[in-house]
Write a protein that binds this ligand. Structure first.
Ligand SMILES: C[S@@+](CC[C@H](N)C(=O)[O-])C[C@H]1O[C@@H](n2cnc3c(N)ncnc32)[C@H](O)[C@@H]1O
Length: 186
């Protein structure tokens, strides 16, 4: 299903899919895979793909926390996007459901090729700070925007629906970009 000669980029929790569809249009040389837990959102994107086919977009129903590690081979991914993954994390009892935790960071380290990238966004400063600490604490990633720093602008050049919502309200967006170090790299 995926062209083995093309790089693979994965969007975790793509929502209505505008981001993955635009990225796929801009970069036909890349295979884009979207994972989403809500079936109706998969169907929305599939309907859009029927009207406007794009051979390099593949969407799958999946719970990232349970299925991501089983879907790809180690070193297979060039980039992973994690944009506004947790709408409900204000409540403490929901913290264990956060998509980005130590297990996800470790899975991404396994699945990304050396120098592969993870791009993340959240509207919540505490979630952003926690994500930053998880990636920097792992040791296998470099913070492209500077140790301990968030990125100052879009890291992809394409805005997601959720990002536009917060920009429209004048709220801050916390952006991060990490590169998977090559094995043996400091
Ligand atoms: C706030 S929306 C953000 C959508 C999109 N990334 C954006 O930036 O516009 C979060 C999305 O993540 C999905 N999601 C949450 N937890 C997930 C999980 N464990 N596996 C797959 N998708 C998940 C939700 O269904 C929802 O569509």
């Amino acid at each position: 299903m995926l062209d083995p000669d093309k790089p693979v980029e994965v969007d975790l929790g793509f929502g209505r899919g505008e981001f993955i569809l635009e990225m796929a249009r801009n970069r036909p040389e890349v295979e884009f895979v979207g994972l989403e837990i809500r079936q109706y959102l998969i169907e929305k994107v599939r309907a859009r793909l029927q009207e406007d086919p794009r051979a390099n977009v593949h969407v799958l129903t999946a719970n990232v926390k349970r299925h991501l590690s089983t879907l790809f081979d180690p070193g297979m991914l060039s980039r992973v996007y994690v944009h506004f993954p947790d709408p409900w994390t204000q409540r403490k009892r929901h913290h264990k459901r956060r998509m980005v935790d130590a297990d996800l960071v470790s899975t991404l380290h396994t699945l990304l090729r050396p120098r592969g990238e993870v791009h993340l966004m959240t509207d919540k400063s505490d979630v952003g700070t926690e994500i930053l600490a998880l990636f920097e604490g792992h040791g296998g990633f470099e913070n492209v925007c500077g140790a301990g720093q968030f990125c100052l602008g879009s890291t992809t050049g394409v805005h997601t629906r959720e990002e536009m919502y917060y920009i429209g309200r004048g709220d801050p967006v916390f952006r991060l970009r990490f590169v998977r170090k090559a094995d043996g790299e400091d």
